[in-house]
Design a protein around this ligand. Structure first.
Ligand code: NAP
Length: 275
């Protein structure tokens, strides 16, 4: 059955860019569905709110912080990726059941050029900074792409738990070996939230001796050029922010609900860059 009402839920959700993305495609394709909305959902009333939204006719919900684990728990059927990541960011609601999926790993993979995957990830040393919710998807994706993945986090125990959960056979990188490992890595991705605030300075890495061919990725997309990417750019390294991943993960949710594969156009990228 066609899905009419879709939305992103979070707490808070006011700054989400998802409505701009989904409504762009709904309009572009001329779909006869309601505009995509954003809805604040109190984590303490999660189950009741989801049941009410279902009754009100919502068939697709994107889920953002801090509700992804609750969404995982409420799902009757969970995709293989979500099971692995223990997190759900896309719910499909029907009268019979709730399906839970996670589109972050696919979104990250689809955000990368084929050339970058071949030259900087597959069979190459890759380094992930951070061990929060998003790091799970990125570690999973890099491993799927055949990268040798290592992980550094301020709180080392969390990195060890993440690697263990995903059955990745590597030890967390400790502070003392971080610069050496980074200097021999072909792909480095920041998944920490450090840099989200304009005045934040991400000083986790020393960029002094990073190889010139190393690809530097930051999941942060606002600000467009985080301090992490700025330091890399000063060294002349190739950089990418998280905007394309944001759009690609939305595209995969859109495909799950509406069964339409959408293009990520330059027009949409420019629209979001101007927000
Ligand atoms: P999270 O679960 O809260 O994890 C935050 C991570 O950042 C943890 O590893 C934490 O380390 C680390 N961290 C926070 N402050 C730090 C500091 N001052 N120094 C060093 N490490 C610090 O967050 P998340 O959901 O993974 O999201 C992380 C970022 O990715 C956010 O900016 C989010 O907007 C972005 N994101 C982007 C996309 C996209 O589509 N582009 C998707 C998801 C997330 P500890 O474990 O030691 O606390």
């Amino acid at each position: 059955m066609a899905i009419d009402r879709t939305a992103v839920i979070g707490f808070p959700v006011d700054h989400s860019l998802s409505p701009i993305i989904h409504n762009h495609w709904i309009k572009e394709l001329g779909l006869d569905v309601k505009p995509y909305e954003k809805i604040n959902v109190d984590p303490n009333k999660f189950e009741d709110r989801i049941n009410n939204l279902k009754i009100e006719g919502y068939g697709g919900l994107n889920v953002t912080v801090p509700l992804k684990e609750l969404a995982f728990n409420i799902s009757d059927e969970i995709s293989d990726v979500s099971k692995k990541l223990k997190s759900v960011n896309t719910l499909s609601l029907s009268s019979e059941k709730i399906n839970g999926d996670n589109t972050d790993a696919v979104g990250f993979i689809n955000s990368l050029d084929k050339k970058t995957i071949e030259e900087n990830i597959t069979n190459k040393k890759t380094l992930v900074l951070g061990a929060g919710g998003s790091a799970r998807s990125i570690v999973y994706a890099l491993n799927e792409l055949g990268g040798q993945v290592r992980l550094f986090n301020r709180t080392t125990e969390k990195a060890a738990i993440l690697l263990n959960d995903l059955s990745i056979k590597s030890d967390p990188v400790c502070k003392e070996e971080l610069d050496d490992y980074a200097n021999s890595s072909s792909f480095i991705v920041n998944t920490t939230s450090l840099g989200q605030k304009v005045r934040d300075h991400n000083d986790i890495l020393n960029f002094e001796n990073i190889e010139t061919e190393t690809y530097i990725y930051d999941l942060i997309y606002n600000p467009k050029r985080s301090s992490f990417l700025e330091q890399a750019e000063v060294k002349g390294l190739k950089v990418q922010n998280g905007l394309r991943m944001l759009i690609e993960q939305a595209a995969y949710s859109f495909q799950i609900w509406h069964e339409i594969k959408v293009d990520v156009s330059n027009e949409l990228m420019s629209l979001l860059e101007s927000v």
